[in-house]
Design a binder for this molecule. Structure first.
Ligand code: NAD
Ligand code: LMR
Length: 341
């Protein structure tokens, strides 16, 4: 065994832990935008994940400090920082999972789509590098507007001849995290036990939480008005944080948590852990739209199954029809951008 952990003189407990992490395969995770509001706490959480053996932190500003800081934590992952475009190839090479929180966040009064003009170009150039240096990595797209940046990534990969739809995931986990938290509060059930699928996309009404499928069943009697309020709060969760931060950005800490949950699920899937199911915005045939968020099964090849919507309430059926025009136009906008640029 190459990784000695505490070495021959270490206490038995230390050795046992070291051998336990040796049992999980070497996995490299790259974070692009690693010195940003999301990137920093996400780097911390990925450094703490025992499934990660190599953590590659890339940003165009501030990377050395973040990498030096995170690297001192005594956990498995070996940390390397990459600070300029000429180092992007090295940052990406050999990656199993690439998480992308690079780009500008919203300010109060803006929609996620208002970020398109800046973030579309950033995502396009980063995905061009991914196609070149780690075409087999699972991409976790966080940069907004996710409804458009995922189709942009798909087009970039298609142009490069590397597109594999099972390796491209829009991260919508924060919507699930919010839906779980808000439901647990209203339904008076332990939040750790809660499951709520959230489908559609990741902006306003395209975020469709399926509270009719929430488990465990509510301990309080939830009226239709309660469900409508929970739905609206989940859809406006990002705006709630943007307004509370009053010009200092959008969700970073809850997003880093959500991003870490999703990346961990991808790693577990790659490692062959069975029954890893998360919601994600992926290429899809479960509606007429080419990209759609729903539950997906993650496995050794990334997204191994896109799961159906299950039974919907009338309110959810209406929400589904209402979200389609906006989601369709965001998808088309992303595809058009990637084809024309
Ligand atoms: P931030 O401004 O704090 O950080 C962004 C980082 O990206 C910065 O460090 C910046 O230097 C870096 N960056 C810019 N261009 C880059 C490039 N070409 N290559 C590498 N790095 C680059 O922003 P943030 O709060 O971390 O948010 C980042 C993005 O995530 C925003 O687009 C935001 O809207 C989005 N977001 C998505 C979700 C979601 O649920 N999917 C949740 C929250 C935020
Ligand atoms: C969120 O849902 O918090 C993110 O998409 C950031 C935003 O702009 O709302």
């Amino acid at each position: 065994r190459r990784r000695g952990g505490g070495g021959a003189a270490a206490a038995p407990g230390v050795l046992a832990r070291s051998f336990a992490s040796d049992a999980s395969p070497a996995r490299k995770v790259a974070i692009l935008g690693a010195a940003g509001g999301i990137g920093q706490p996400l780097a911390l959480l990925m450094k703490l994940n025992p499934l990660v053996s190599s953590l590659s932190l890339y940003d165009i500003a501030g990377t050395p400090g973040v990498a030096a800081d995170v690297s001192h934590i005594n956990s498995r992952a070996e940390v390397k920082g990459f600070a300029s475009e000429d180092q992007l190839g090295e940052a990406l090479e050999g990656s199993d999972v690439v998480v992308i929180p690079a780009g500008v966040p919203r300010k109060p009064g803006m929609t996620r789509d208002d970020l398109f003009n800046i973030n579309a170009g950033i995502v396009k150039s980063l995905c061009t590098a991914i196609a070149k240096y780690c075409p087999n990595a699972i991409v976790n797209m966080i940069s907004n507007p996710v409804n458009s940046t995922v189709p942009i990534a798909a087009e970039v990969f298609k142009k490069a001849g590397t597109y594999d739809e099972s390796k491209l995931c829009g991260v919508t986990t924060l919507d699930v995290v919010r839906a779980k938290t808000f439901y647990a509060g209203k339904a008076m059930v332990p939040v750790a036990d809660v499951n709520v699928p959230v489908v559609g996309g990741h902006a306003g009404i395209t975020i469709l939480p399926l509270f009719s499928q929430a488990t465990p069943a509510s301990n309080a009697s939830l009226s239709h008005e309660d469900i409508k309020a929970l739905t609206k709060r989940t859809q406006d969760g990002g705006t709630e944080v943007v307004e509370a931060k009053a010009g200092k950005g959008s969700a970073t800490l809850s997003m880093a948590y959500a991003g870490a949950v999703f990346a961990d699920a991808c790693l577990k899937g790659l490692n062959g852990v069975p029954d890893i199911v998360e919601c994600s915005y992926v290429q899809s045939t479960i509606t007429e739209l080419p990209f759609f968020a729903s539950k997906v099964r993650l496995g050794k090849n990334g997204v191994e199954e896109v799961l159906g919507l299950g039974p919907l309430s009338d309110y959810e059926k209406e929400g589904l029809e209402n979200l389609k025009p906006e989601l369709k136009s965001s998808i088309e906008k992303g595809i058009k951008f990637a084809k024309e640029n």
